[in-house]
Write a protein that binds this ligand. Sequence first.
Ligand code: DGJ
Length: 734
Amino acid sequence: MLLATAIFIAPLCLRAQAQTSSIHFDKQTKVFRIDAADVSYIFGVNENKQVQTLYWGKRLSAADTFAAAKSAPGASSSDPSIDTTRQEFVAWGGGLYVEPDLKVTFPDGNRDLVLQYVSHTITGNHLTLQLKDISREVYVELQYEIDPETGILRRSAEVQNKTSLPLTIEQIASGTWTLPRAQDYRLRYLTGRWAGEWNLREQAIQPGKITLESRRGSTGAQNNPWFAIDRNSSNDQDQGDVWFGALGWSGSWQINIEQDQIQQVRVTGGPNSFDFGYRLAAGESLQSPYFYAGYSHDGIGGASRLLHRFELASILPGASHPKLRPVLYNSWEATGFHVDEAGQEALAEKAASIGVERFVVDDGWFGQRAGDHAGLGDWYVNPVKFPHGLKPLIDKVHSLGMDFGLWIEPEMVNPDSDLYRKHPDWILNFTGRPRSQGRHQFVLNLARPDVREYVFNFIDKLLEENDIAFLKWDYNRNWSEPGWPAVSPDEQKKVYVTYTQNLYSILGELRRKHPKVEIESCSGGGSRVDLGIMRYTDEVWPSDNTDAFDRLKIQDGFTYAYTPGVMMSWVTDTPTQINHRMLSLDYRFLSSMQGSLGIGANLNDWKPEDFATAKKMVSRYKQIREVVQRGSLYRLISPGDGSEQSVTETVSQDQTQAVAFAFLHSSEMLYPFPRIYLRGLKPDALYRIETLDGKLAGDSPAVASGAFWMQQGVDVDLKGDFQAAAFTLKIVSQ
Ligand code: DGJ
């Protein structure tokens, strides 16, 4: 029988079926049970006082009970019980060979840590467990928070040093997620590089360990801190069991997916343990980043829809109702560093004429910034380019009915800058060693209090002195020589944590002081997108690759982890900068309209017909953007693996509207474009179909039931190369 010590009940606004969420503790069996949305998560305290995972998956009946946790027998003398028992959080001690959640070194050379359950508290949707080492005054608080609407759990661990001496944390994870026992798991993850971010990869999980990571100082594009694991390898996007998670950390990170000696699959995640060492003085504590994870019974599509809803409702600034993204213009691809008052004003007039709502000045407006060799760090307005400061341009932008945004790259400095000449010691470096440059710049050591203050102050002043609605916060290189010579050698490796904490604290303080300012996270394309930075930024830049065809794949990969509501997507010029591909303006618009629409083309080169097309598309986008940015995304045909087509559909949360985008790479052998079978509609309701661009097949009815559109489907008339179509469905009767 379950004895509840505390219960949290919340209505689920976005779910059709009324589910409740709750956290129970059964005093007799020492079993904790967390239920929310479609998920149950259950663990218990076993006879060794280890916290042991019992179940994670589809929601169970309230009548289902669990016996007290019992530690697993070892598989052999080589694999003792500590390795085979499914622990929620395990420190390195005893004979632990699987990935630990925590590894420490004490000043006396002891490196053994064995944690045992001490107590717990349940407050609303939070559960905190206190663990303690068997002999030393080292405590770990395991924190769980359940999201009632999606069943996504947020976990983190806080290490508290209550001994009288310092200790060094060499590895810290937020916890271990252990999947139900099975041998047919498949891992999906994201890889990439500059101009080629967000590739979805998959592989079978087999005995051994897969590490997804960044050692670059920031999130990176090589891997993104997201994973999804499914069973039975169903290729239907919307069917099957999927366990997924994402780490909220923008520094070096790692996620380990390990199949242990008895074929149990464990996932751990936290800051990267490579070159890590956090000295925790007596009385100090360190909290790990948040690691979020969930379960979906509706396949990988269902998993991403849960993440999207969670991000919008719980992560982004302004959650649970973050603002819709305005249509913006940015001239980076058009004018590069050559920004000046007259040129930007001329572009602003043209941008306003097509319905743009935000005008953004990119790189080049400050210091002695003629190219990427100089100026970073000197955040004064360039007096030649903007002789009267930014005000005349900002006023002009406002008079045209748009708000104003500005590019900054606060964490960097060029060697050719006043700032570096004055403070050569402010960058990450090892004394007496070479200082590697990336894009002719160094990384400022934001962990230093003086650098933190400088960065905060210059941005604060910029925002105080100018009517700025939006900052594009860029970050264009990875770390090298991550030394911090100003502190003692045993404190230096704290840079990996303190840098990121200071980045968050600057962003948080700026947001508090300037609540109307929105921020985009950009990092030489999409190298800093994660659930940590997204708590402080309203949108992200997925890639410097703006080729509208490549973007289909980039956007497809991106949306496995992150909502299209933050996915900035510009319409740029053709031939495209990256591939020199020719694409029609319609195609480029429809590709970008699947996310947050921006325009990055050189409007000075546009013909009257381009302005007419753009005006029409921007106006249509405004009609559908709430559905695109807030709705439920269905990937009907994924553009990966050489597919000739791509189709996405987004359905509004209330299922009254939908919008679908279809893209053809090239027609072959007289084959028609595949019929589009929609998903997520109300089967019995009637919906009216409307084309955005006249490419619906002629025999489509104007009005039909949701069942019709889902079962009989829709044909679009796409033939040729690089063709695109879009249509909407609106409910006419329920
Ligand atoms: C990299 C960004 O991704 C681009 O959009 C642009 O802002 C440049 N930096 C500017 O240097």
